[in-house]
Structures are given as structure tokens and as C-alpha cells.
Design a binder for this molecule. Sequence first.
Ligand code: CA
Length: 247
Amino acid sequence: MSIVLERELTQNFERRMKPSVMIVEDEEALSTMLHYNLEKEGYKVTTVADGEEAAMLIREEAPDLVLLDWMLPSLSGIELCRRLRGRSETRNLPIIMITARGEEGDRIRGLDTGADDYVTKPFSMTELLARVRAVMRRIRPALSEDLVTFGDIVIDRSAHRVRRGTREVHLGPTEYRLLDHLIQHPGRVFSREQLLDAVWGSEVYVEARTVDVHVGRLRKALVEPGERDPIRTVRSAGYSLDEHFSK
Ligand code: CA
């Protein structure tokens, strides 16, 4: 095979493999910031500021996921969402709706209309990227990335390994799943029962205090003297991964 052809095949393969996100947002500053961060995360990114134009571009480019602002010129996000759901080729297109504060009632309608998830402005980039990853993983597991980074912590899913800075962190399988689950939702507080469901599965009967034991082990493995603790214990509520840790 010629070198040129080989290179072309590799490029096509990479282009196919790189998940694409379309940002439909008329606030330029926000759109630029989203574009920058998503591209840094390895997505192929397209931005568009107008609803009608977005409808056309989505047909042409068939992105893997759409970040859709609620209020848009010419065609609202909600109307566009409805339209996309009405067409067979975009019926299952993952959509994350971006709403502004004060549209609480609208939020629910957004999900009724078929959005997969929503975020409320102002949102943290960490949270948004985690939502994007979660939707991608749910809908196209093959597209989900192998390397997940949170501050100086890196999970390599293909090798089932965890690093913090330059050192390898040795975790048992339960601690590994616990970390992987928490890292998908930075800042969200999980009760012990929720963690039991997510990490152990609802069929298994485990006492809630078992969660404390494993969180303790995870912490011990992750945090060496002088290092910051990424796990927050929320009294009488549960545990969360400290959102501010990665900043
Ligand atoms: Ca807007």
C-alpha cells in the first residue's frame, strides 16, 4: 500500500473515531469557551449561532452530540429539539440542553421534548464536560475515551490503571469502580445508597457502612502525606468528588 493511501486511511479512521460535538449557542463568549474546552478534550467541534442554520448543519454533518441553547435567534432550542426528535435520522441524536436560571419550569419541558440532559447557566466547565462524557458513553460506548483526567489524577480505562501525578495508585476493583463513578460526576454528592447501587449493583446486599470502608481505602491509596484530598465527606449526606480540586 502506498504511503499516501495509508496516511489517508489513518486520517479517515481518526476522523471517524473522533466524536463530534455541535455547539448551538448565540452567546459568543460562551460558545468560544465551550469550543476551546471540548476541542481540548479531543472532540471535533462545530459551532453555530442560529437555530435554522443549526437544523441545516445537523442534517449535513450528523454530529454525535448537540449542545443546544434554549434561547436562539430564528428558531428556539426547544423547537429545534422537537424537530430533531420528529425525524427518524435524528430521533436518537444525543442533545444536552443549555438553559438559563429562572427557566425551571422550562427545564422539565426540555426533557419532555426529548433532550437527554440539561445544564443551567452559569455552569462549571468540569460539570459540563462530565455530562458530555456521560451522554457519549451511554449512547455510544465505543466512543468513550480511555483516559479520564481529574486534576492530577488519571484513570486509564483500557489498562485499568490509575495514576496520581507520576506515581501509580494501586486500587482494588471496588475502589477503582468507586473512583470511576465519582469522576464522572464531579461535585455531585452521592448518598451511600446511591453509591451502593452504582458501584455494587442493586442486586447485591451490602451494608451502607461498607461504602465508608471502601471510600476510606480509596482515600488512603489516592492521598499521600502533603497531598490534597479530592474526596469530600458531606456530613449525613454522603460523598462527592471536590469540584474545586481539578482547578
Ligand atoms: Ca441564547
